[in-house]
Write a protein that binds this ligand. Structure first.
Ligand code: F6R
Length: 249
């Protein structure tokens, strides 16, 4: 493993997806052990699947307890209820919550179906303020540099809000749906300032499709056109990136 600091970001360059997943799981598990009442910020998608698998394996082997843990997910598709197999609530249940001893009442995922989505966003912020701060936030990164579903152009001041997904995001996520027409066009996402309130952030990136975004994150301008670049202003960020996704450092 190779590591280097860029601005405030500690970059861990690992060989591949498996090594990225193992390291991320190790850090998360040790943070849970150090603080059994930790508040986690969690991501979905292909990137953290391996990390969740490792956490579940560890729970079975070593009984690491999630009894006191609270979690907030980054985002949810508009129009999908939690029992829909392509919803992020369902993803979290399947990949993590059903397999560890977390109290589901302490797991929060934004609601994608509600009479008043804007009020739902404000309520989500209020719950995070009441139970937070988020001690450790896990992030993936979109090929276009999004974090959460904050697409390029989103204000760095944004809080939880409804967003129109970029066409590239819809295309990237079509793999989880029967057809591209089934991919929701909108999502509810924590905002960028919401994410920046987290005490510590770990961003994971794997594979050649993330190389451009990681290059801009680490070496480009800090700009709302590149949402992840905001992380260079945060005091405590770790980026775990595999060889294919890592620029020359
Ligand atoms: C998911 C999320 C997104 C993903 C990103 C990468 O909750 O907030 O930002 O992390 O779209 O997705 P994958 O990991 O599928 O490449």
């Amino acid at each position: 493993m190779f590591n280097k600091s860029i601005d405030n970001i500690k970059v861990f360059k690992v060989c591949d997806y498996a090594e990225m997943s193992n390291l991320a799981a190790e850090i998360l598990i040790s943070e849970v052990k150090n603080n059994p009442n930790i508040v986690l910020g969690l991501a979905t998608g292909g990137t953290p699947e391996g990390m969740y698998k490792k956490i579940v394996e560890d729970h079975k082997l070593n009984n690491t307890s999630f009894e006191g843990v609270t979690s907030f997910n980054l985002d949810e598709y508009v129009g999908l209820t939690g029992d829909n197999e392509t919803s992020y609530r369902h993803y979290m249940d399947e990949h993590l919550f059903n397999h560890v001893n977390i109290n589901k009442e302490n797991t929060f995922v934004p609601f994608g179906v509600s009479e008043d989505l804007s009020q739902g966003c404000l309520d989500y912020e209020a719950t995070m303020k009441e139970l937070g701060p988020i001690n450790l936030q896990i992030l993936g990164i979109g090929g276009n540099g999004h974090i959460g579903f904050n697409e390029p152009g989103t204000s760095f001041e944004s809080i939880t809000h409804v967003i129109d997904l970029d066409q590239s995001t819809i295309e990237a996520n079509a793999r989880y749906f029967n057809s591209i027409d089934d991919v929701p066009k909108k999502a509810v996402t924590m905002g960028i300032s919401t994410i920046m309130r987290s005490e510590k952030i770990i961003l994971l990136a794997s594979g050649a499709s993330k190389l451009d975004a990681v290059t801009k994150l680490l070496k480009g301008e800090i700009s709302e056109d590149m949402p992840a670049s905001v992380l260079r202003k945060h005091p405590n960020v770790i980026v775990i990136v595999d060889e294919e996704a890592c620029p020359e450092l």
